[in-house]
Design a protein around this ligand. Structure first.
Ligand SMILES: N[C@@H](Cc1ccc(O)cc1)C(=O)O
Length: 516
C-alpha cells in the first residue's frame, strides 16, 4: 500500500477511481460495520430464509438454474444447489486475469452485493472483503462469459475460492484456495441458498475491466494531446489551428478542452495574432484535426463514466431480494448491455487516437512532409548518415500496432447469440468488449511510447536546426524525455526505451494539463 486511503463498502456509490485504487492497492477496502448497513444486509437474508421455511418458490433457490427453472429442487437438496452452480461453471479458459484485474473484480462484486438486495449473509460479504484485504486472488480465466447471465463462468472461480475450492494467488504463490484460507485462519464459506447466484449472476468482471479501461483511456486522451503539440512543434506546423476563437464556434466541450491543452502546450496566446508559419496556411488533418479526433474520446468519457459507475453501483444479479418490502423480484439485471456499449465505443474512440498518432508519425519521419527534418529523424550527420536509418523501424512497428488496434474495434455486442436452450436468447457480450478494449488500450499505449521517442528526437532536431524555443510546458516535458531517452545519433535498438516509457505511461508518471 502506498497510502492509507481506505474505501468503505456500505452501499453508497463508489467511483471508477475508487475501484482502480483498490485494484492497485493504493487504497484498502473495508466492509462497513455500521449497524444500519449490517441490519439491512441481514434483513434480506433473514427474509429469504423465512420464505424458504414457509415454502415459497424462489428461482435458483428452490428451482434449477436458467432454462432448468421448471425443475423443482426437493428441500433436502436446496443447501447443495449453490455449490453445484459454481461446480458446473468451472469451464473457463484463456489467460488468467492479472492481479489488478482480479482485485477490481472482487471490489465490483462486493459493491454490488453491498447494495443489500441480493439476499446474501454478512459472512459472505466478510469473506469477500477479507480476500481483498489479504490479497487472496482467485485465479479467474478471462474467457467463457456471454455477459448476460452476468459473468457466470469467470465468477464461478470467485465463488469456489470463497468456499475454499480451486486456486488462488496468495503471497506470491498459486496455491489451493483451502491452503490460503487455512493460513489466514478463516473457514471456507458454506453458501446459503441464493448465494451462488448472488456471486455469479452479475456483471462484476466486465465492470471491473471497464473501470480499469476507463482510467487508462482518460490518460491516453491527455497524452495524445501532449504528443500532438510536440509533433506540431517538431514539424514546424501551424499552431494557430488550435486557436481559441476557432474552437469557440464548435461547441463540443471535450474537443475544446483538447484544443486548449494543445494551445497551452504550444504557448499560444489568444490575443496575439498568428506570428509563425503564415507561409503554410493549413497542415494535414492528423495535425489540424487532432482536437476533432481526440475530442471524440474526451467528449465520450463522461458518458462512459456514467454508464460504468451506474453499473458498478447497481444490484446486478437475479433474483433481487427486497428485504424491506419482503419481495422477491425476478428480472434480468445481470444483462451487461451498458458496459458492452461503453467498451465497444471506447475501444473505437481509443483506436482512432492510435490511428491519428500513427498518421502524425508517418508525416514526421518523411522528408516530403516534415519540413526540413532528416529522413527517419536520424540524428547521424556527415558520411555516417548514409548507414543510419533512425526511427524507420519504429514507424513500421507503430503501423503494425495501429492496424492491430483498429482490427479489434469490431463491436462485440452485435455478436449476441441465443444460448442455454434459448433462455439466454439475447446476451450482451460485454466481457468480450471489455477485453477487446483493454487490448486496444495496450496497443495504443505502445503507439504512445513510440511517439514519445519520436517527439523527443523530433523536438531536439527542430530546436537545434531552427533555433526554436518551446513554451514552458513543452520545454519541461522535453527535458524529462531527454533524461529518459538518449538522442538517437547512431542506430540502436529502442526496445528498452519503449518498455520504460510504456511502464511510465501505465504509471501515469507525467502530470498532464488539468489532470489532478
Ligand atoms: N442468469 C440466469 C441464471 C442462470 C444461472 C446459471 C446458468 O448456468 C444458467 C442461467 C437467470 O437468472 O435467469
Amino acid at each position: 500500500m502506498t497510502d492509507s486511503r481506505s474505501i468503505t463498502f456500505d452501499g453508497r456509490a463508489l467511483t471508477i477511481e475508487d475501484v482502480c485504487a483498490v485494484a492497485s492497492r493504493d487504497a484498502r477496502a473495508e466492509l462497513s460495520r455500521d449497524p444500519t448497513f449490517l441490519a439491512r444486509i441481514r434483513r434480506g437474508s433473514d427474509f429469504l430464509e423465512r420464505l424458504l421455511r414457509e415454502d415459497g418458490v424462489v428461482y435458483g433457490v428452490t428451482t434449477g438454474y436458467g432454462d432448468s427453472c421448471t425443475v423443482v429442487i426437493p428441500p433436502e437438496f436446496v443447501a447443495e444447489l449453490p455449490h453445484h452452480l459454481f461446480a458446473y461453471h468451472g469451464v473457463g479458459l484463456g489467460r488468467m486475469l492479472d492481479a489488478e484485474e482480479t482485485r477490481a473484480v472482487l471490489a465490483a462484486r462486493l459493491q454490488s452485493l453491498a447494495q443489500g438486495v441480493s439476499g446474501v449473509s454478512v459472512e459472505l460479504l466478510d469473506q469477500l472483503a477479507a480476500f481483498i484485504e489479504h490479497d487472496v486472488l482467485p485465479r479467474i480465466p478471462a474467457e467463457g462469459s456471454v455477459g448476460a447471465s452476468g459473468d457466470l463462468t469467470p465468477l464461478s472461480y470467485v465463488a469456489a475460492a470463497l468456499c475454499g475450492e480451486r486456486e488462488v494467488l496468495f503471497r506470491g504463490r498459486v496455491q489451493p484456495a483451502a491452503e490460503a484460507l487455512a493460513a489466514l485462519g478463516r473457514a471456507p464459506l458454506r453458501l446459503r441458498p441464493k448465494e451462488g447466484l448472488a456471486i455469479m449472476n452479475g456483471t462484476a468482471v466486465m465492470t471491473a475491466l471497464a473501470c480499469l479501461a476507463y482510467e487508462r483511456a482518460e490518460y491516453v486522451s491527455r497524452l495524445a494531446s501532449r504528443i500532438t503539440a510536440c509533433n506540431v512543434l517538431a514539424s514546424a506546423g501551424n499552431a494557430h489551428h488550435f486557436d481559441e476563437a476557432l474552437f469557440a464556434v464548435k461547441p463540443h466541450a471535450g474537443q475544446q478542452r483538447v484544443a486548449a491543452r494543445i494551445r497551452a502546450d504550444l504557448a499560444i496566446e489568444s490575443d496575439k495574432p498568428a506570428a509563425r508559419n503564415e507561409q503554410r496556411l493549413q497542415d494535414r488533418y492528423s495535425l489540424r484535426c487532432a482536437p476533432h479526433v481526440v475530442g471524440v474520446l474526451e467528449d465520450a468519457l463522461p458518458f462512459f463514466r456514467q454508464l460504468i459507475e451506474n453499473e458498478l453501483n447497481s444490484a446486478n444479479d437475479n433474483p433481487i431480494i427486497d428485504g424491506e418490502r419482503e419481495q422477491v423480484l425476478h428480472g434480468g439485471h445481470f444483462y451487461g448491455g451498458h458496459i458492452a456499449f461503453a467498451m465497444d465505443s471506447l475501444k473505437n474512440a481509443v483506436a482512432n487516437v492510435a490511428d491519428l498518432l500513427d498518421r502524425q508519425l508517418a508525416l514526421l519521419v518523411d522528408t516530403r512532409y516534415n519540413h526540413g527534418l532528416p529522413a527517419n529523424l536520424s540524428g547521424a550527420t556527415g558520411p555516417r548518415a548514409a548507414i543510419n536509418h533512425g526511427l524507420k523501424a519504429l514507424q513500421i512497428s507503430v503501423s503494425a500496432w495501429t492496424a492491430e488496434a483498429l482490427k479489434q474495434t469490431m463491436p462485440a455486442s452485435v455478436f449476441s447469440r441465443s444460448t442455454e436452450c434459448h433462455n439466454q436468447d439475447k446476451v450482451s457480450m460485454g466481457t468480450i468488449a471489455a477485453r477487446d478494449c483493454l487490448r486496444v488500450l495496450e496497443l495504443t499505449e505502445q503507439v504512445c511510447a513510440a511517439m514519445l521517442v519520436a517527439a523527443r528526437q523530433g523536438v531536439a532536431l527542430r530546436c537545434a536546426q531552427d533555433d526554436v524555443v518551446p513554451g514552458a510546458a513543452l520545454q519541461a516535458f522535453q527535458a524529462d524525455l531527454e533524461r529518459r531517452v538518449a538522442f538517437v545519433a547512431e542506430d540502436r535498438a529502442l526496445d528498452t526505451d519503449l518498455i520504460a516509457l510504456l511502464t511510465a505511461i501505465r504509471a501515469r508518471e507525467w502530470t498532464l494539463h488539468d489532470h489532478a
